[in-house]
Ligand binder design. Structure first.
Ligand code: GLC
Length: 612
């Protein structure tokens, strides 16, 4: 390498030995490692000046993203605004939502009929034609940055589309490309894998392999048959995927969501999930980012139980992801909506609150995927709530089959063998807004709106970064039109991936409309959240027992200020049995209150701050 820039050199030196160590452990290949380093420098050189400035600022302030004004929203470019240029035009709406971090759902070139919502990438360097161009993307990033906003994108690294150039060449029998995937010329090894590897889509895409008759080979396809798993045992795959990652960093992305990361390493005789090599790869990615583009964050998509999620933060000395989804808390929240019993959620929150405060979780109620009922069944067993019947109860409850349930939605991958169905719907439909509108019942609508707002208030009280799902800010309900689209009809996740309803969004200006009430309340909560110090990331947070299983109480304390968030999950008024000294102010109404046996209306909540 010729004379290197000093900044790059310093950063490389900091990580070189560890990076090389991990690389050699996996690949034992000096020339590929040298190639990687040469390319890191190339991407660094190519990085725009503004982005390098951003790198320097954020290196000085690595906690920049752990701020109580951070608010994310995930959205589909086409459903929200047609294309990337459209998103640029709609930034003022997102600003009105106080959103400063936009997660653009997959937008890279992907075959229309076989796209898995964009998670089957055919070309990592090309934006899907109807959404715009790579220039539109970097232009959007620039405008966002000028407005103090961040951009997040998916990096689908576990697999490519079968139409990706590598896959096309592999299908032609080119050995070099076959070695970038998992190819087998007979059933032996695939069958041995099937014995230990669970299925991701048991009904819509059973099995983990797909037979390709034209070349008489089986190829590994953990997800859909058209999503071919990449072989990270091949250093060419690792290097090329890192170049893609850096390419996107150089387009101005601030956050890279590493999709389905637990799956990226395969080993016969294992579950092919969360293997130690996955952590080596994520750690290398973290170092590569810190060398070339230190302002860019890694958000790991690890939809697993807590013991599997937390290791993806790495250690203090050797961090991996900057942020991870708070997935079990999310599922436990909906469990609490169905059972009106907060004990499991409280326990889950206690577990999260005990983790080092440097761990940053992304909190959410809904996202583009289904909800899997991954709860702590060991804990529920003490009340004789067993996994299979409880999952059935949750699915019956949320599909509205149980008397008194106001939720609407559909099952996802209802596996006849394990009976392990997951669930799809929007927050508003799960809260009862859809059913109340159907029956034209103003009281039910009122309750549904309160539940929806209360859940958001609770989500905004958790430690970490809140991520809204586009449409939730106006209480958008399920969209059943996907059933008419043959490319989507078999995947019920499209139920909550409908077009953003700008006509309804307009109604947010009418205070009494559903949209006005949800939008207005969320806006006020977000405003308070960014102003009050108790919401700072370094606050101490714990749950507080109010001797009522329907009420969750969260305390936050920061710099001598104390806050109580009290949330009633029951559909009737309930009392929080408590006695705390001093006067409190309710932050939304400004009302003075005492913390003595407070009665909370159905689905109500209070945000109370102690007066000094
Ligand atoms: C992730 C995505 C999901 C997709 C899968 C396969 O889990 O969130 O939508 O189907 O990866 O790429």
């Amino acid at each position: 390498m010729s004379k290197m820039d000093e900044i790059f050199q310093t950063r490389l030196e900091r990580h070189h030995d560890e990076l090389k160590w991990l690389y050699m452990e996996l690949y034992d290949n000096d020339s590929m490692f040298a190639e990687l380093c040469t390319n890191l420098y190339r991407f660094y050189k190519e990085r725009r000046r503004q982005l390098k400035t951003r790198d320097k600022e954020r290196e000085k302030n690595p906690e920049w993203f752990r701020k109580n004004d951070m608010l994310g929203m995930m959205l589909y470019i086409d459903q929200f605004a047609g294309n990337l240029k459209g998103v640029k035009e709609k930034l003022s709406y997102l600003e009105a939502c106080q959103v400063n971090c936009i997660h653009l759902m997959p937008f890279l070139d992907s075959p229309k009929e076989h796209s898995d919502g964009g998670y089957a990438v055919a070309d990592f360097r090309k934006v899907r034609a109807d959404l715009g161009t790579m220039e539109d993307l970097s232009e959007l990033a620039d405008v966002c940055h000028q407005k103090g906003m961040n951009l997040c994108m998916d990096f689908v690294m576990n697999h490519t589309s079968e139409e990706h150039e590598w896959a096309v060449r592999a299908r032609k029998g080119e050995g070099e490309y076959m070695s970038r995937y998992f190819f087998y010329d007979n059933q032996d090894i695939p069958e041995r894998y099937e014995q230990t590897v669970p299925q991701v889509f048991p009904t819509t895409a059973p099995g983990n392999f797909t037979y390709l008759p034209e070349i008489g080979h089986y190829v590994m396809t953990t997800f859909y048959p058209y999503q071919w798993d990449l072989n990270y045992g091949n250093p060419r795959v690792f290097n090329e995927m890192m170049y893609h990652f850096l390419f996107f960093a150089n387009q101005g992305m601030d956050i890279i969501r590493i999709d389905a990361v637990p799956y990226i390493w395969k080993e016969l005789g294992t579950s092919c999930r969360n293997l130690p090599q996955v952590h080596s790869i994520v750690r290398m990615m973290r170092m590569i980012g810190e060398i070339v583009c230190p302002s860019v964050l890694l958000l790991g998509e690890v939809v697993m139980e807590p013991e599997k999620v937390v290791p993806y933060f790495g250690t203090v000395e050797k961090p991996e992801c900057h942020m991870l989804y708070n997935v079990t808390t999310m599922a436990s929240t909906w469990n609490c909506v169905a059972t009106k019993d907060i004990r499991l959620l409280k326990r889950q929150m206690e577990a999260v609150n005990q983790l080092p405060s440097a761990y940053t979780f992304l909190n959410y109620l809904r996202c583009h995927d289904d909800i899997g009922w991954g709860l702590d069944y060991g804990f529920l067993a003490q009340w004789e709530m067993w996994e299979a019947p409880h999952k059935r109860f949750l699915n019956d409850y949320f599909t509205g089959k149980i008397p008194g349930s106001v939720s609407r939605g559909e099952l996802y991958n209802d596996d006849p063998v394990t009976q392990d169905a997951r669930f799809c719907a929007t927050t508003a439909s799960m809260c009862g807004i859809e059913s109340a509108q159907e029956t034209n019942d103003p009281d039910a609508l009122q309750a549904a709106i309160h539940l929806d707002i209360m859940l958001h208030a609770y989500m905004l009280t958790q430690s970490g970064i809140p991520m809204l799902y586009s449409g939730d800010e106006i209480g958008q309900i399920n969209d059943y039109s996907y059933k008419n689209d043959p490319d989507k009809a078999s995947d019920s996740r499209y139920l909550h991936r409908g077009k953003f309803r700008w006509d309804l969004a307009e109604k947010r200006k009418a205070k009494e409309s559903v949209q006005g009430r949800v939008f207005g309340a969320l806006n006020e909560l977000e405003r308070i959240r960014r102003l009050e110090r108790v919401f700072e990331a370094s606050a101490d947070v714990w749950t507080y027992d109010v001797h009522n299983n329907a009420i969750l109480c969260i305390v936050r304390e920061q710099a001598g200020e104390r806050f109580f968030g009290i949330f009633n999950f029951a559909d009737r008024p309930e009392t929080a049995w408590m006695r705390e000294e001093g006067g409190y102010t309710e932050l939304l109404t400004g009302k003075k209150m005492e913390l003595v046996d407070i009665v909370i209306p159905r689905y109500g909540f209070y945000w109370l701050k102690k007066e000094n």
